[in-house]
Design a protein around this ligand. Structure first.
Ligand code: COA
Length: 325
């Protein structure tokens, strides 16, 4: 049986570090409040020459290098993002151009913070049909451009960055085992961001300002914990797996309290969960691939390890995935 397996990972974080103390000078907040409510201590903020696609390209170069794959060998490039600089062309086409990946077709997907997990599922289907395909999947975000820096409810949470994987078909037991993905569009208004295409001439000036991330934090928190728990439990039962079988869990990094609740409900020991939210905050679609790259490069993954991914984001979108490393 052929599965899509990761053969290289990479990530790229902007240079500028914004600490909670720095945020105290921007909005009425405190290091103590942010740390205790979210676990976030710093986040990275992109400069004008660290655009979404530039972060994506750097992460991709590192993943390609690890995989030993040349850009012109790529068949497909998918970028998961909700914060591209341009609506058209896609971020993926800009990445294709900068990499010189002239043989690939390229497009973006949007499933908010679940974008990378949805992307892995999609790539698995392509590779299932054509196992020799070489695919570059990237999660890249520049959410600092899309938060309202006078709204303390949101601006403390998000950060910028990109993570990438190169995948191809393997028949040696490695790769994606299965996924469990969900959406509920009826809850869209609890977490959303208007796009510039909403800013038509018929809108008033005040409404044009309204393209920032909007969030009902408490509701999102409640749904996120329950939805990820259910998505994980279902998938594990389907494959007759228990917590003991897992080597590492790589969740979307939104908030340490969400992760702590999830670990408690699933009976997951802390040393089986990769957590870097304190350093980067919530980087939406980039959070899982950044964490995967850090776990990989720090030697925490060995061939055949059973990995579990889970995510939750705007839409709402959520899900889980099992993978043999
Ligand atoms: N600094 C200080 N005070 C703040 C603050 C900040 N940065 N942000 C909000 N507050 C205040 C509120 O104004 C409110 O004050 P009030 O009681 O005087 O009205 C108080 O803190 C409590 O606000 P509330 O929103 O109820 O806090 P909370 O305990 O729910 O924590 C979040 C807020 C956002 C940290 C929490 O709801 C959360 O983590 N939600 C999930 C968010 C998330 O992960 N989204 C992405 C999912 S992909």
């Amino acid at each position: 049986m052929i599965h899509a397996a990761v053969i290289g990972t990479g990530s790229c974080l902007p240079k500028r570090v914004l600490s909670n103390r720095d945020l105290e000078k921007i909005v009425e907040t405190s290091d103590e409040w942010i740390t205790s409510r979210t676990g976030i201590q710093t986040r990275r903020i992109a400069s004008s020459d660290e655009k979404t696609h530039q972060l994506a390209v750097e992460s991709a170069k590192r993943a390609l290098d690890m995989a030993g794959v040349q850009a012109d060998e790529l068949d497909l490039i998918v970028v998961a993002t909700v914060s591209p600089e341009m609506i058209m062309p896609s971020c993926a086409c800009l990445v294709q151009n900068e990499l010189g990946a002239s043989n690939a077709f390229a497009y973006d997907i949007n499933a908010a913070c679940s974008g990378f997990l949805y992307g892995l599922d999609l790539v698995d289907k392509y590779i299932g049909a054509r196992p020799d395909m070489k695919v570059l999947l990237i999660g890249a975000e520049r959410l600092s451009a899309r938060v309202n820096w006078s709204d303390r409810n949101t601006c403390i949470l998000f950060g910028d960055g990109a993570g990438a994987c190169v995948l191809t078909g393997k028949d040696d037991g490695r790769g994606i085992i299965d996924s469990n993905l969900f959406s509920d569009g009826s809850l869209w208004s609890l977490l959303y961001m208007n796009g510039p295409q909403n800013l038509g001439p018929e809108l008033k000036h005040a409404e044009k300002q309204d393209c920032y991330i909007r969030m009902m934090g408490r509701d999102v928190f409640k749904y996120a914990v329950r939805a990820m728990e259910e998505a994980v439990v279902d998938l594990m039962l389907r494959h007759d797996k228990s917590v003991d079988d897992l080597k590492l869990v790589i969740p979307h990094q939104a908030n340490i309290r969400i992760l702590n609740k999830l670990m408690g409900r699933l009976g997951l020991p802390e040393d089986k969960v990769f957590i870097n939210v304190s350093k980067y905050g919530n980087t939406s679609a980039a959070s899982i691939p950044i964490a995967l790259d850090e776990a990989n490069r720090s030697g925490r993954l060995a061939p055949d390890d059973l990995l579990l991914f889970c995510s939750f984001g705007g839409g709402f979108t959520w899900g889980s995935m099992l993978m043999h490393w």
